[in-house]
Design a protein around this ligand. Structure first.
Ligand code: SD4
Length: 322
């Protein structure tokens, strides 16, 4: 189906490209990195990988090896990447490797598979020249984990990053004042009209060892359909997986919904199934369509996203349901 065949009754599109959007305010420097490639006629695939690498490199960042550990004190990383041809690769439960996003790309490009997990993923990374990093937690993660061990309770909380005076969950900020989240998802449309996306995360803090969230799962944490659009997610991964979240968002866009409306419909799905439960969970979706239009929606207040295009370089607050 080409662009002309897309049903677009609910909004009138104006084309803008290139454009990159990413989750949270910590997406601003990520977008800047991606923009270096997009603005010089580069490919969206290279742009999203560069953005993800940037945040994985950021010292004292919850994304990547500086992130919070699982309940056994081990940092395990999830990541995935997808391009305009529906090529995709992912790693889950990857330990001691600094750039899971690049390992995911190698899975995509050098194997007939989509997802590698745990020890096999690490072995594959080592075979592909990625160095084995230390098991040492970052200073902040170590401190938080030691606090958490005192009670050892696991209860995913809405927007834990945003809560002040919350012991191990006290928010920490980058030098530029943006909040530090455990997940970075970004999707980009390049000057050639091609969409790609990437997600990288240390996942939910204090998860059971071996737990995999939505982030590395194609159709949950990330989905790209070059005829329609792309989407990524943040928040409680289990809820995103239950509705194949980003695939759902893209399908709504296929049926003519704007990116924001499509994200809202996906949030509705989660909330309508169990409105009571939804009061205590957070999920946010972020989408970009083939025209370069973007939008987001979250279950609760607090989700923000970053946008970079020829005309924009800013953080937007997402609308929310509850
Ligand atoms: C997960 N979706 O592991 C991730 C966590 C996240 O902001 O996005 N946190 O479930």
């Amino acid at each position: 189906m080409g662009l002309a065949a897309l049903k677009l009754p609910r909004f009138s599109p104006t084309m803008q490209r290139p454009v990159v959007v990413s989750t949270w305010d910590s997406g601003m420097p990520v977008n800047a990195e991606a923009w270096k490639i997009l603005s010089t006629k580069g490919k969206s695939l290279d742009a999203v990988e560069a953005g993800a690498i940037h945040i994985e490199n950021t010292i004292n960042c919850c994304v990547g090896l500086g992130g919070y550990p699982d309940r056994d004190g081990i940092v395990t990383l999830d990541a995935c990447i997808m391009d305009e041809k529906a090529n995709c690769g992912a790693v889950a439960g990857l330990e001691r490797i600094k750039h899971p996003i690049s390992v995911a790309r190698k899975v995509m490009e050098n194997t007939p598979h989509v997802i590698l997990v745990g020890q096999g993923a690490q072995q594959f990374a080592l075979q592909n020249g990625f160095p084995l990093e230390s098991t040492e937690l970052s200073a902040e993660a170590k401190e938080a984990y030691q606090q958490w061990l005192k009670k050892s309770q696991y209860k995913p909380e809405v927007n834990i990053e945003l809560k002040q005076n919350h012991g191990p969950f006290a928010p920490h900020f980058f030098d530029d004042g943006t909040l530090n989240h455990d997940t970075m998802g970004l999707v980009a449309l390049d000057g050639h009209g091609d969409l790609s996306g990437a997600v990288t995360t240390s996942g939910m803090a204090y998860k059971v060892h071996g737990r995999v969230g939505d982030s590395p799962i194609i159709g949950a944490g990330l989905f790209v359909d070059n005829e329609v659009g792309a989407a990524t997610s943040s928040g409680l991964g289990e809820e995103v997986i239950r509705i194949c979240g980003t695939h759902t968002v893209v399908e709504y866009m296929r049926h003519g919904y704007s990116p924001e409306a499509a994200c809202k419909k996906a949030c509705d799905r989660i909330v309508n199934r169990d409105p009571e439960k939804a009061k205590s969970l957070q999920v946010g979706f972020l989408a970009l369509n083939k025209f370069g239009q973007y939008g987001a929606y979250a279950i609760q207040d607090g989700f923000v996203f970053s946008v970079k295009s020829e005309t924009e370089n800013q953080i937007h607050k997402s609308k929310f349901l509850i």
